[in-house]
Design a protein around this ligand. Structure first.
Ligand SMILES: [Zn+2]
Length: 83
């Protein structure tokens, strides 16, 4: 479940509403992260999808690549302190 500040306040959705990961990320304008959820979404009897798992628990290798890419972008644009 997404944080109420996102689900209710930003998206204007209620407790019975549903969105798929693609629609959530379109509304967020970015990839979902573990900081966006208060409980892990699940469907009884089914494992978490690989895509959702990758969003919530990115591998160290992927995180390092993302950080490196962000630093490269920051150095190109002259921005500092981007994490
Ligand atoms: Zn959707």
């Amino acid at each position: 479940m997404l944080r109420p500040r996102i689900w209710r306040d930003s998206f204007g959705l209620g407790i019975t509403d549903n969105l798929c990961l693609v629609c959530i990320e379109q509304r967020l304008g970015r990839a979902m992260t573990i900081g966006d959820v208060i409980t892990f979404p699940s469907v009884e009897g089914y494992p978490m999808s690989d895509t959702l798992h990758a969003r919530l628990f990115p591998s160290k290798k992927r995180r390092r690549a993302a950080t490196k890419k962000t630093k490269q972008l920051a150095s190109k644009t002259g921005e500092a302190g981007v994490q």
